[in-house]
Structures are given as structure tokens and as C-alpha cells.
Design a protein around this ligand. Structure first.
Ligand code: SF4
Length: 887
């Protein structure tokens, strides 16, 4: 639309404020309290402009631009008023801050209006409590952007305003220091602060970045885009990309502050071989030829089935694609798997079986479109924090929220209903909800008629699962089960999000199937704001599996029977029998039939269940190659050869997030030391083992182009398109296709127009409690650490959660005479671990919770051998233990 600005006619976007419309065409109207992520505030009076027809100047941050407006941005009276505002603020502002940090927004404005700061600098207004955020409230100008962004974006309320008039102050909520407040260290307040009153401690210490690179977060499956700030070849900060579709200018503590691992002092950057004397650094050439020789020799002596490869959910799609191709073409085995096996393989299996596609049906943008959000066995505010923040805001804006989780997770505080089933009873709860839908006439009849098969049989099956029949067994009141079902079925569209609390059970695949059944019954599939959506744990776990790092799938989840199509592109034969998955490979290693294993970016010793068994399996291997940034626990204990990989900040490629979005990973730094990208290492070994042409790639783009040739649903996604957008969601079959936000809008792909309801019976786990082991241990993750902690333990965020703690209810703590911090010995049927206690109402009596991010605790000594029979995904969520206070 056309408007006139300072006498010139210009074309601006509509639907935005005058301030933002002018900003987009490069007209710089000053502002102190505005932030595009926040609701208009209009308090600082710096952005006043004169508009023809208005008697008084108007705040441009709070007025929508309209066609034909005639605007004056800097008439003398307004400029004079701006200088007056700045003079007033500068009277209390420390001059040293302006000199020391000239690029801050407020400091630039002081220079522009020739205003000098003359205030005091009082040490009492500094707060050094937080490891990542430096606080200097001498520099606070009461714009309240920190308070507002913590409320409006993060939904956390870590800051509050106290006092009135000249005595108004911003202080941490309910605490003397920031670190004691409810702060979740997302850094949003720092990003928004215009003065540096809140600043990244790393920038205070190392200086401002001199260059920036846009890339994708290396942590969880949300896939936030970030700008990495570099100075002197070091990452000094990482801030959110404001226009990123997933995170919309927001990050969590991990994306924002957990980048120190890249420059950690114990980063291994030289290849190493272990001999009798211990680790010995060798050249890349020697390391590659050692791997090639040992794997070649094992293959010759014991056959290809004696070899296996475990891929990394943190490596790029290109890295993973090359690795699975290496297993099939060079090692001649389908023994290749990734850590989806220990997390969301049940989601892929169940959704693939019912809907024909083993991935999230919808997108994160559907959170805001949902009438009801069902969060089952997931803790998004800690494990997928940007999704968690979006769910919190959706609930505050009126969406109904149902949480199904044995623990009182943070989202329970925002929920309409929180159902707390006994661990391991998801199938009972979800079947009871489906039974209620049927009994109370809430089935979407039109949808069922047009899109669903097997309804009659399913209804007969549900008769055994009415809420009244299952309430005692699952521990949820029947009235609550009915109320939750009614809400989900009627307050539509309803969107289900689930996590490892569903999948990491012996009924993992069944649990996801039950969610899918519920969605089909109620017509909550194939439209915005609905669907069944696994929250993927690691950043590229969806991509790793999708690229073919699974024993029974090639790229794009193609079955091995589809091998001919791949052979035509690869120019090499693919072995036909399905291979072993990760759990089976370790079983086979323990029995001596798998002799050589290559593990990329996955600390299996620390993260696999039943550590004693994993230890025994790895100890029997003839050759264990570990490729990682660090000598992780697996490498330390058992590796024969260590290959130093570089981090995602040091290479190009793509990740696939949990909503099927392919996003660019861009090199911000040269590889540290002698480290190399994973794909390059694999290609070197492949060539050393005699495969040349098919492993000659010029770079990641070259690999991606090959991926497009074998994966029809991704054929339309090119680097060039990705560089022009915030990523593309598959299916995207051609270059004109915009990508797909919602799956199954009119059918179920190869399955046809209808999906079939699956009757799933409840099978209790055999890992039961008894007099000897009376407590149920649930393991999971926490906000400040990531999975095994390999990266977060080496970052500034480590001090926010230095070790695993054992959450125990006040009732159980009183019975056992336990206080916060007391050390407790946990004994399971499989092992022992010691942890400090954290007494909290988050867990119910009889249930305890911990994480496994600190290797010194060896929490996976406790977890057992039980697995989901369909996918072999281990049961991390239920281990019977007893507790022994040590102090
Ligand atoms: Fe990274 Fe996930 Fe946090 Fe986003 S929510 S910043 S992707 S860890």
C-alpha cells in the first residue's frame, strides 16, 4: 500500500504498525519500549509521529498503518520532545556504560540526540548470580521490555515491577537474585533490553560478535533457527532468528546459552588409536586405514552380519544418509540404526501403520489453531521449551489443555485437566477416553463414515475399557477420564502431542496407536489445529531415521524391498535381508556374533538401559569405532579407534525437525583442530575400503542432491529454496510445491482414503513393584541438561543443573527420613546408583524421578531389559527400585 513519509511516496506492508512498516523500508523512527515480539505498549513516547488529520502526534508503535497516510517522522517539536525524554532518562544513567558499550540502542540514541548521561553507578544494583546473564540495573530505563517478554513470550514471570513513579524498579520475581527467581534462562529479556542492563555474560567477558551466521539449533527436535555471533573464531553468543517460523524470535536456555562445548578444553580434535599403552594420536590417514583394515578383516572372517553402524540424531541428514549408504554398500549389511530406536521408533511404527506416514501429522503452528491441546507423556516446557512456551500462551489465550502425566509437570499449572495415571497405564487411559467418546455419542459420524474403517469391531473392543472398569487400575477417577474425553471430542479442533512418556514403555507402540484411534474417532486428523504429533527429542532424530538409518528402511522410510530404486542411483547392490536394530546389535555383540561396531555421536554406554549389559556387550567387540566431539563414556571404556567429528556449528547441511521441516545448518566456524564433518569421515573410510565413485561428494549440497533423487517426497527441496525460506516441510515433491503443513487432509497416502482403527489391549509391564522393590523409578530429561549431557555439561548452563537429582514425594521422604540433598542409594533388579534427593510434590508417593545426564551417577545401571515387542524400544519409564538413605 502507498503512503507518504516525510514528503516521499513509499510502498509499505499493511497489517502492521506504522513503526514496523517504516522500519521495513529503512526509515528509522526511534523507540525504546517497542519489540516486534510484543503487544504494542506506547509508553516511551520516542516513536511519536505526526499524521495528517490527527490533532496530536501519535505513537507509531501502537497505530496500524493505513493506505494514504501522510506521515512526518521528525518534525522539530517531536525531535525536541524525544531529546527531552532522553535527557530525563540520562540524568540517572551511568556515563561509563555509554562509553563502554557504544552500540546499544539507548546509547546510540543518546549520541544521536546529543544527550550526556550523568547518573550514578551503584554496585548494589548489579546481580552476578546467573551464570549466563549479567544484570546491571543502573542501566534500567523502565521500558519494561524484560517484564513483558518474559510474560508475553515465555510465560514465565521471572521479572516484576515494584514501586511507583520515580521509585519504580524492575526486580526478579519473588527473589533477591535472578538465579533464585523462576527464570528459565531463555535470554528473551536480554534480547529485548535496549540498554544492556541485561546482557549475555559471554559478551561482557569476550566482547560483541564481529560476524553472524544463521543456522539451526543443535539440541532438540523443535528446530529453532538462531544467529550465531562469532568473534576471534569463537562463538560468543547465539540469539534467536526473529523471522524463524518455528521459534519466532525466541530460544530456550540450550539454544541460547549452551554453546560452550564447541570450545571445551577436553574437546578431542585428533584421531586416536588405542593400543596396550592407551590412546595414541595418529594421522587421519592412519586412523582411516586402521578402521578400513579392521572392518574389512572382520567382514572377511565373520561375514557382513558381524558388523554394524549406529548413527547420530545430532548429525545432519547428509551425514546420516552417507553413513547408512556406507553400511549397505561398503559393509554389505543392513545392520544400521539410530537413537530413534530408544525414543520415537514406536511413534514412527504406530503412525506409519495407521496413517501410512510415520511422522507428525501437523505442525507447531497448529498449537495456536487448536481448541484443545492434549499433551500425553511429554514435558515440553523442559524438553521442547519453545513448543512448551507456545502451549502455555495458547492455554492463557483460551485453548483447553489436557495433560496426561504421572508427574505434576509445569504445564499442569496451565491445564484445564491434569490426569495422573499410574506409570505404564497409558493404554488404559486412552482406551477409556475412546470408550467414553463412543458411549456418549461423541464419534464424528461424518468423518468416521468417509475416512475410517473398523469402527464396529473397535466399538466392541472398547466395551472392556469404560472409565468405570479401568479407573482403579490406571489410578485416574472415572469422572475425570470422561471429562477429558468430552473436552477432547467436543472442543475441537484438538491437537495431540506426545513424548517419551508414551513411547519408552513396553506398550510404546500401543500407546501411540491409542492416541491415533482417539483422533480418528473424533475427526481430529487432516485439519489445522488437530492431529497426532510426536515431540522429537534430539534435533535430527526424525531426519536420521528418515535418511535410512534403520535396519528395515532405506531413505524416506522405503522398505528394503524397494532396494532396486536405490541401486540404480548408487550403482551398487544392497543386501536384501533386514538388519539388526540397535538393541539387537548389542545383544549380538554380547553373544559374540557382532564383532565390529561404529558409533557416531551417541554415547550408548551412558544412555542405553541396563548399563551392565551394555558394558558387557561393548567389552566383547573386536573393534569399536567411536566418532564424536569428546571421548564420551562409550569411547573411554571400550573404543579401539576414536575419530574426531566437528559440531554442527562447523559444517553445512540440513536437519529435519519434529514437524517434518528441513532446515539449513550453516558453517559458522572452521572445524576445530583436526576434526572433520561426519560425512567426510565416512567417505574417507568408504574409499579406503575400495568404494570410490559412489562416495565422491563435493560437499553436503552434492549429497543432498542425491537424497532428492532417491526420496520422492523431498524432491522439491533444494538448498537454494531452503536459503530463501525458513525451511520446507515434506511432502514437497517438486520445486513448485510449497511444502505440507498438515498431512492426511483428504486421504492416507498409499493406504487410500480410509484409515483403520486398531484394537489394542492393555498388557501390564512385567517390571512390577513388590515388597523388595516398592518404588517406581521414572527416568527423563530436564531443562538445563540435554540427554547424556555431553554438550550441556561443557557449557555455561552446567551450573544451573550440575548433577542428576532424585525427585521424591514429601510423603515418601518423611517415611524414609529424607531431606533435600540427602544421598540416597537406589537398588533395582539390575544395578545400583546413588543420587541426592530433591523432595517435591511433582511426583506422587510411590513414584520417583531422575535424569541421566551426569555419567558419574550411572543411572542406567538401574534400568532394565524390557522392550516394546514391536520396535524393541526400551522401557526407560518404569523400573522397580528400593531406596536406602546413605547419610
Ligand atoms: Fe534448541 Fe529446542 Fe531450545 Fe529451540 S527449544 S532452542 S531447538 S533446544
Amino acid at each position: 500500500m502507498w503512503i507518504t513519509v516525510d514528503g516521499a511516496t513509499v510502498d509499505v506492508s499493511d497489517g502492521v504498525t506504522i513503526l514496523h512498516a517504516l522500519g521495513r523500508i529503512g526509515v528509522d523512527v526511534p523507540s525504546l519500549c517497542d519489540d516486534q515480539r510484543l503487544a504494542p505498549y506506547g509508553e516511551c513516547r520516542m516513536c511519536l509521529v505526526r499524521v495528517d488529520g490527527q490533532a496530536q502526534p501519535i505513537p507509531s508503535c501502537a497505530t496500524e498503518v493505513r493506505a494514504g497516510m501522510v506521515i512526518e517522522t521528525a518534525p522539530p517539536d517531536i525531535e525536541s520532545a524525544r531529546a527531552g525524554v532522553l535527557r530525563m532518562l540520562a540524568r540517572h544513567y551511568p556515563p561509563g556504560a555509554v562509553l563502554g558499550d557504544p552500540d546499544e540502542t539507548f546509547h546510540r540514541l543518546l549520541r544521536r540526540y546529543d544527550v550526556v548521561a550523568t547518573g550514578d553507578d551503584l554496585p548494589g544494583l548489579r546481580d552476578d548470580s546467573h551464570p549466563c546473564i549479567a544484570v546491571d540495573m543502573n542501566r534500567c530505563i523502565d521500558c519494561f521490555r524484560c517484564v513483558r517478554i518474559c510474560d508475553e513470550v515465555q510465560g514465565q514471570f521471572a521479572w516484576q515491577i515494584t514501586g511507583r513513579g520515580m521509585g519504580t524498579h524492575v526486580v526478579p520475581s519473588g527473589a533477591d537474585t535472578l538465579v533464585e527467581s523462576p527464570c528459565v534462562s531463555c535470554g528473551a529479556c536480554v534480547d529485548s533490553c535496549p540498554t544492556g542492563a541485561l546482557e549475555d555474560r559471554s559478551i561482557v567477558q569476550l566482547g560483541r560478535p564481529t560476524r553472524w551466521t544463521r543456522t539451526t539449533c543443535p539440541y532438540c527436535g523443535v528446530g529453532c533457527e538462531l544467529q550465531v555471533g562469532i568473534r576471534d573464531d569463537r562463538i560468543v553468543t547465539s540469539v534467536p532468528a526473529l523471522d524463524a517460523p518455528v521459534n519466532r524470535g525466541h530460544l530456550c536456555v540450550k539454544g541460547r546459552y549452551a554453546h560452550g562445548f564447541v570450545h571445551a578444553s577436553d574437546r578431542e580434535t585428533s584421531p586416536m588409536v588405542r593400543d596396550g599403552a592407551g590412546w595414541r594420536s595418529v594421522t587421519w590417514d592412519a586412523a582411516i586405514h586402521t578402521v578400513a583394515r579392521r572392518f574389512g578383516d572382520l567382514g572377511d572372517r565373520f561375514g557382513p552380519e558381524a558388523l554394524g553402524v549406529l548413527a547420530s540424531a545430532r548429525a545432519t541428514n547428509e551425514d546420516n544418509y552417507v553413513l547408512q549408504k556406507f553400511a549397505r554398500v561398503v559393509l554389505r549389511t543392513n545392520n544400521v540404526d539410530g537413537c530413534a530406536r530408544v525414543c520415537h521408533a514406536p511413534s514412527a511404527a504406530a503412525l506409519g501403520e495407521i496413517f501410512g506416514t510415520g511422522a507428525a501429522t501437523n505442525s507447531f503452528d497448529d498449537i495456536e489453531a487448536a481448541g484443545t491441546i492434549l499433551v500425553c507423556g511429554a514435558n515440553p516446557t523442559e524438553n521442547h521449551p519453545i513448543v512448551g512456551a507456545r502451549i502455555k500462551q495458547a492455554a492463557r489465550n483460551g485453548a483447553a489443555l489436557i495433560v496426561i502425566d504421572p508427574r505434576r509437570i509445569e504445564l499442569a499449572d496451565f491445564a484445564t485437566m491434569h490426569l495422573r495415571p499410574r506409570p505404564g497405564t497409558n493404554v488404559l487411559v486412552l482406551n477409556a477416553m475412546s470408550a467414553t467418546v463412543v458411549e456418549e455419542g461423541l464419534v464424528d459420524e461424518t468423518f468416521a463414515r468417509e475416512r475410517v474403517e473398523g469402527l464396529d469391531e473397535f466399538i466392541r473392543h472398547l466395551a472392556r475399557y469404560t472409565p468405570e472398569l479401568v479407573a482403579d487400575r490406571c489410578g485416574v477417577d472415572s469422572a475425570d477420564l470422561r471429562a477429558a474425553a468430552r473436552l477432547y471430542a467436543t472442543n475441537r479442533p484438538s491437537m495431540a502431542l506426545h513424548g517419551l512418556g508414551v513411547t519408552e514403555q513396553t506398550q510404546g507402540t500401543d500407546g501411540v496407536t491409542c492416541i491415533a484411534n482417539l483422533a480418528l474417532l473424533t475427526g481430529n486428523i487432516g485439519q489445522a489445529g488437530s492431529g497426532v504429533n510426536p515431540l522429537r527429542g534430539q534435533n535430527n532424530v526424525q531426519g536420521s531415521a528418515h535418511m535410512g538409518c534403520e535396519p528395515h528402511h532405506l531413505t524416506g522410510y522405503a522398505p528394503i524391498t524397494d532396494a532396486a530404486r536405490f541401486e540404480a542411483v548408487w550403482g551398487a547392490p544392497i543386501p536384501r535381508p533386514d538388519g539388526l536394530d540397535a538393541m539387537q546389535m548389542l545383544d549380538a555383540a554380547r553373544s559374540g556374533t557382532v564383532r565390529g561396531l561404529w558409533v557416531v555421536g551417541w554415547d550408548i554406554l551412558q544412555t542405553q538401559p541396563n548399563l551392565t549389559d551394555t558394558d558387557a556387550a561393548l567389552a566383547r567387540l573386536d573393534t569399536l569405532v567411536v566418532q564424536d566431539l569428546f571421548l564420551n563414556e562409550t569411547a573411554r571404556a571400550h573404543a579401539t579407534i576414536f575419530l574426531p567429528a566437528c559440531s554442527s556449528f562447523e559444517k553445512d547441511g540440513t536437519f529435519m525437525n519434529g514437524e517434518r521441516r528441513i532446515q539449513r545448518v550453516r558453517r559458522a566456524l572452521e572445524p576445530v583442530g583436526d576434526s572433520k564433518p561426519d560425512w567426510e569421515i565416512t567417505c574417507l573410510v568408504a574409499r579406503a575400503m575400495g568404494q570410490t565413485d559412489t562416495f565422491e561428494f563435493a560437499g553436503p549440497n552434492d549429497i543432498w542432491e542425491e537424497i532428492r533423487r532417491v526420496w520422492p517426497a523431498g524432491a522439491g527441496i533444494s538448498y537454494e529454496r531452503l536459503d530463501r525460506s525458513g525451511g520446507l516441510q515434506w511432502p514437497c515433491p517438486n520445486e513448485e510445491h510449497p511444502g505440507t503443513r498438515v498431512l492426511h487432509t483428504s486421504g492416507f497416502g498409499a493406504l487410500g482414503p480410509k484409515a483403520t482403527l486398531r484394537s489394542v489391549d492393555y498388557r501390564p509391564t512385567t517390571e512390577g513393584t513388590d515388597d523388595e522393590y516398592p518404588y517406581v523409578l521414572i527416568t527423563g530429561r530436564t531443562l538445563d541438561q540435554f540427554n547424556a549431557g555431553t554438550m550441556t555439561r561443557r557449557s555455561l548452563t552446567q551450573t544451573l543443573h550440575p548433577t542428576d537429582v532424585l525427585e521424591i514425594s514429601p510423603t515418601d521422604a518423611a517415611t524414609l527420613g529424607i531431606d533435600n540433598g540427602d544421598r540416597i542409594r537406589l537398588n533395582s533388579r539390575y544395578g545400583t546408583a546413588d543420587l541426592p534427593a530433591c523432595v517435591t510434590g511433582r511426583v506422587s508417593p510411590g513414584e520417583i524421578f531422575t535424569t541421566f545426564s551426569d555419567p558419574t551417577n550411572e543411572v542406567n545401571r538401574l534400568t532394565g531389559p524390557h522392550r516394546d515387542p514391536i520396535t524393541n524400544t526400551p522401557e526407560y519409564k518404569i523400573t522397580a527400585v528400593n531406596l536406602q538413605p546413605l547419610d
